[in-house]
Design a protein around this ligand. Structure first.
Ligand SMILES: [Zn+2]
Ligand SMILES: [Zn+2]
Length: 214
């Protein structure tokens, strides 16, 4: 079921009212070609990603992870309103060009937290995007162990926290789209992309619903 009020402003609307939907800040061009950060003009590397070892080729997101997007994601993830994945997928397909890669995969849920919520937002988002782009979705990753929550940790610790946490469950195709709900520092998707590349992927393109903007 869709929530009966807007998850951002609380007004009467199915899930997200038109005004709040319009006000979500789209991350279109210009952007950093590599990490997708919004920039003043198109660049191949930006202040945020230059000098960083990143296992994915590109990252793209639909909206900035600002206060409104945070309320949306909280309702989707913490309150378990699964249907919001459909709204998120619509926004992704509105903003992010359909990638060249064929197969979609997703960041697997932390098993501890998956029990709490009973669903994996990244998986559901990948399925909804796959339906719209008419691309297959393959589960290719598993978590080898749970991780401490990433929230509030600095980048170096986030990287250490997620290192070795993902394992590919089989061979990965040569090019892939990796879907997650939120891109914060890129540490999680980079760790996941590392495992996909060890399993045979040469190019991993990351797509998320929201992205932190500094
Ligand atoms: Zn609203
Ligand atoms: Zn960048």
């Amino acid at each position: 079921m869709f929530p009966r009020c807007c998850v951002v402003c609380g007004g009467p609307a199915k899930a997200l009212c038109a005004r709040c939907g319009d006000e979500l800040h789209r991350l279109g061009e210009p952007r950093c070609e590599r990490c997708g950060a919004p920039t003043a003009w198109p660049v191949e590397r930006c202040r945020e990603c230059s000098g960083r070892r990143i296992a994915f080729a590109t990252a793209r997101a639909a909206v900035a992870y600002d206060d409104a997007a945070r309320l949306f994601v909280a309702a989707w993830k913490e309150r378990g309103l699964r249907k919001l994945a459909e709204v998120a997928a619509e926004l992704v397909c509105e903003v992010v060009p359909r990638p060249r890669s064929y197969t979609l995969t997703f960041v697997p849920a932390d098993p501890n937290r998956r029990l709490d919520r009973g669903h994996n937002p990244a998986e559901r988002l990948a399925l909804e995007i796959g339906a719209r782009w008419e691309l297959p979705v393959a589960p290719l990753l598993a978590r080898s162990h749970g991780v401490a929550p990433q929230r509030g940790l600095p980048l170096a610790e986030r990287r250490r926290n997620v290192r070795g946490v993902f394992e590919a469950t089989g061979n990965a195709p040569g090019t892939l789209v990796l879907v997650d709900d939120v891109y914060t520092t890129g540490a999680t998707v980079s760790a996941a992309a590392t495992s996909l590349r060890k399993a045979g992927a040469r190019r991993v393109e990351v797509v998320t619903f929201a992205r932190a903007v500094r």
